[in-house]
Write a protein that binds this ligand. Structure first.
Ligand code: NAD
Ligand code: DAU
Length: 336
């Protein structure tokens, strides 16, 4: 099989590229990435020399995608490329719409023109919006995005479904909950809290910290995506998640405990505007139709992730010093 992956130098994409090449000997893989602040070739340093792998720098929203897809003619496209951080979308939404929505329409058109058999769109549980009570969103739940990020992703999902209905294009959508694990950019909550704690910088908890997310290890998500690619129904949507939702504050306390740091590092800061209180998805369809099941228990996965950031300071320190520190100072002032 020949795969074209976009955004393969980012967090989830790099894990997917590594998993696809490790598990499937007959795969050839083209990775297209624009290398934004969140994408690093270094994330795939271990597979750069694999003869089955090739990297191309390009923007998914550009006309170059027509030439690339025409030249490589993959069997399938798996689209990870996105602006992925909710807080950034609140400050400046335009890039999110360009990459996450127009980029997806552009890729769908280019894939169709090149006769690509399947298009897998990596979406998010955020498209369902905040889920009240103890309910869980099924794949047919209404789309109620709260942030410019989730609105741009919901719009992309609709573009995929429209391409399926209008052109008969084979598109599959995956909607996963919050991922964690190695190589996650230190602006996202878990790596931000770990790296701040390692530096004894205050840990900024939004509002009361009682918001709930369903954290899943990135490798469990990637296995689900591969199953959706192989076994998913055309026009189908598949939720992935663990089914447990620890409040943010509990995770922050656990990170401090693992690192042996003081709880006095916690700072309750101004809440994120439009902050969704709870995400929760029903994963019955993925389990039944794809035979997917998550393997990594959260406590074990979190401890291993903390260890990875402790051991790989060189990977994140520079990122923290440049983009993160600027963003941090703009929003919270000088770290004390
Ligand atoms: P990330 O920000 O770590 O990586 C995004 C990658 O896309 C980077 O390598 C970046 O360079 C690349 N990119 C951005 N704009 C591009 C463009 N215009 N053209 C080509 N490449 C471009 O993101 P992530 O956390 O790995 O998320 C990957 C996908 O999974 C996204 O679509 C996101 O919406 C989705 N998702 C993420 C999570 C999560 O918890 N992180 C959960 C569910 C779904
Ligand atoms: O649910 C899937 C989504 O998960 C993905 O689609 C997004 O790409 C990904 O970024 C993530 O979005 P979140 O907004 O949930 O992730 P983030 O790590 O930014 O925040 C997780 C929770 O932690 C959220 O309730 C906000 C809170 N938070 C976050 C940061 C960065 C804090 O309390 N303090 C912080 O400094």
């Amino acid at each position: 099989m020949k795969l074209l992956v976009t955004g393969g130098c980012g967090f989830i994409g790099s894990h997917f590229v590594r998993l696809a090449l490790a598990r499937h000997r007959d795969i050839r893989l083209v990775n297209v990435d624009r290398l934004t602040y969140a994408g690093r070739g270094r994330n795939l340093a271990d597979i750069e020399r694999d003869s089955r792998y090739c990297f191309l720098k390009a923007d998914v929203a550009s006309s170059a995608m027509f030439q690339i897809l025409h030249r490589h003619r993959p069997d399938a496209v798996v689209n990870f490329a996105a602006e992925s951080h909710v807080d950034r979308s609140i400050h400046c939404a335009a890039d999110f719409l360009k990459t996450n929505t127009l980029g997806v329409q552009n890729l769908l058109d280019a894939a169709r023109a090149a006769g690509v058999r399947r298009f897998v769109q990596i979406s998010t549980d955020e498209v369902y919006g905040s889920i009240s009570g103890s309910g869980r969103a099924r794949e047919n739940a209404p789309l109620l995005p709260s942030s410019p990020y989730s609105a741009s992703k919901a719009a992309a999902d609709l573009c995929c479904l429209a391409a399926h209905r209008t052109h008969g294009q084979d598109a599959v959508i995956t909607r996963c909950t919050n991922n964690y694990g190695p190589y996650q950019f230190p602006e996202k909550m878990i790596p931000l809290m770990i790296t701040n704690a390692l530096h004894d910088i205050p840990l900024p908890v939004y509002g009361d910290g009682q918001q709930r997310r369903d954290w899943i290890h990135v490798e469990d998500h990637c296995r689900g995506i591969f199953l959706a690619l192989e076994k998913g129904t055309a026009g189908g949507i598949y939720n992935f998640g663990m089914g447990s939702e620890p409040p943010n504050l509990m995770i922050v306390l656990e990170i401090l405990k693992i690192l042996g740091k003081s709880e006095t590092l916690i700072r309750h800061v101004k809440d994120r505007p439009g902050h969704d209180r709870r995400y929760a998805v029903d994963t019955t369809k993925a389990r039944k139709e794809l035979g997917w099941t998550p393997l990594m228990n959260f406590e074990r996965g979190l401890a291993a992730t903390v260890e990875w950031y402790r051991e790989n300071t060189a990977w994140w320190l520079r990122l923290k010093d440049a983009a993160f520190r600027k963003f941090y100072r703009q929003n919270y002032g000088r770290p004390s």
